[in-house]
Design a protein around this ligand. Structure first.
Ligand code: ZN
Length: 231
């Protein structure tokens, strides 16, 4: 039995056949789905899934993704805390920083929103799932400023180096989640990091689909059953 550690099953694109998508995944052994929000309007969609499929099938993730950090409505912090109290098994996700999108959402806005959510997670002792793109070199400074954090940190679609992995392993309760990119094996540096973790910390490896995004075949809709091809 496997968990899809990061997906967006609440997206509209699954509305017509979500039951079948989940059934297909379960048929191949993917039985739990970590459904992580991108923006506040996703939270109610995730709640609906949680109520329909149950806690053993859906792990809710409430949070604000860095791409949407500048569009968060005032008071989101209080509403996030409220939502987390309402769902004791929920994590804070998908949060983080994205250097490529810094022109769309200023990096200081991204980091502020990220650290505020880390603080909320620390106060409520909740795990987090982190999106980090081209900003691994900035993580140590951000985390040093932030300080101790003992709940689980899942680094979704991990793209850091071996040194980045070691940095997190030695300081935090970190897990490294891999997606479709390890199937093709095209990115040599990524494969080196993956192999390093396989050899040194296999219990820290997780897998994700990021459905409906990151399809195996470009232009198609991804779904959680596909993680079977690379785990
Ligand atoms: Zn995602």
């Amino acid at each position: 039995m496997t968990t899809d550690f990061h997906c967006h099953l609440y997206e509209l694109i699954f509305d017509a056949d979500r039951d079948e998508v989940i059934a297909r995944a379960k048929a191949v052994g993917v039985t739990r789905f970590c459904c992580d929000a991108s923006k506040e309007s996703d939270w109610t969609l995730i709640e609906k899934l949680y109520k329909r499929y149950g806690a053993e099938t859906i792990r809710p993730g409430f949070g604000i993704h860095p791409w949407f950090a500048d569009a968060a409505l005032p008071g989101w912090q209080e509403r996030l805390v409220e939502k987390l109290y309402q769902y004791p098994d929920a994590v804070v996700a998908e949060i983080g920083v994205d250097w490529i999108r810094r022109t769309h959402v200023p990096f200081d806005v991204q980091t502020k929103t990220f650290l505020e959510q880390m603080e909320i997670a620390r106060n409520l002792n909740r795990s987090v799932t982190i999106h980090c793109v081209r900003a691994w070199d900035k993580m140590p400074a951000l985390f040093n400023e932030f300080g101790k954090f003992s709940p689980e940190i899942t680094l979704h679609s991990f793209s850091g180096s071996i040194l980045d992995a070691q940095w997190f392993l030695s300081r935090y309760n970190a897990f490294f989640s891999f997606g479709v990119e390890i199937q093709s094996g095209k990115r040599e540096s990524l494969m080196q990091t993956y192999k390093f973790l396989l050899d040194n910390a296999p219990q820290r490896i997780r897998f994700e689909s990021d459905s409906p995004y990151m399809p195996l075949i470009k232009g198609t809709r991804n779904e959680p059953s596909n993680i079977i091809s690379y785990i």
